[in-house]
Design a binder for this molecule. Structure first.
Ligand code: B16
Ligand code: MG
Length: 217
């Protein structure tokens, strides 16, 4: 059995940095961008996020301008994540990754972010991941299962032999459509389709978790 982790909202809270960077872009273009709108961008690729933001702001721009806007948003985002520290890893995640590696459970990343590798390096967790599938390695965004299928393939496992950890509905849908066992990280009312839900990774035991997801309806 293997484990595949989403990044933003599961391992670290980079959503707050995406929010600041998108808000600056929206404000520079003359409209506002809210926390509620940011929620809708969780797990959504950079290009699709920009399209949605421009739509919400009622602004139309050329494809060339979109490229410039994405570059400027990402430069701003990179300057924010530059200062990330291991203390920003979400509760219990480091201990759980260590527990998995002690049990020889292989670990992959399945993230929409093109900055995933830099972030894992910044927070000191890259050593745990034998497979990294990020926004640079996929052609289709979540809810398409491509990112997780490539993760399972990299681990040499079938989807039915992997658990995907996800915080976003789109990501959860991707994992379910790919035939994976799923653990929702966050609000069980939002992630009700997951085989099992956790609020954080504290004191989690992988054998107990496998039993729980397998016995879920
Ligand atoms: P980047 P995940 C996703 O990460 C974020 O949730 C989403 O808000 C972001 O737009 C996307 O990565 C792309 O990020 O601009 O860094 O390539 O949740 O799939 O780990
Ligand atoms: Mg996420």
């Amino acid at each position: 059995m293997g484990c595949i982790f989403d990044l933003d909202g599961v391992i670290v809270d980079t959503a707050k940095y995406h929010f600041q960077a998108w808000k600056k872009l929206a404000n520079d273009l003359g409209f506002d961008f809210t926390e509620e709108q940011n929620e809708k961008l969780k797990g959504v690729s950079r290009a699709e996020s920009l399209n949605l933001i421009l739509q919400w702001g009622g602004v139309e721009v050329s494809d060339e301008r979109k490229e410039e806007l994405m570059k400027s948003k990402n430069d701003n985002y990179l300057s924010l994540i530059e200062k990330m520290q291991p203390e920003e890893v979400l509760d219990g995640v480091s201990e759980f990754l260590e527990h998995l590696s002690q049990k020889n459970v292989p670990i992959a990343l399945g993230s929409a972010s093109k900055n995933a590798e830099i972030i894992l390096e910044k927070v000191g967790l890259i050593k745990y991941f034998s497979v990294l599938i990020d926004g640079n390695k996929v052609t289709k965004s979540k809810p398409d299962p491509e990112v997780f299928l490539k993760g399972a393939e990299g681990l040499g496992l079938q989807p039915k032999d992997c658990i995907v950890f996800e915080d976003a509905e789109k990501g959860l849908q991707a994992a379910l459509d790919g035939g994976f066992y799923t653990v929702g990280v966050g609000d069980p009312d939002v992630l009700f389709e997951a085989h099992y839900c956790i609020s954080n990774f504290k004191n989690l035991d992988i054998e107990t978790l496998f039993k729980k997801v397998k016995s879920a309806k």
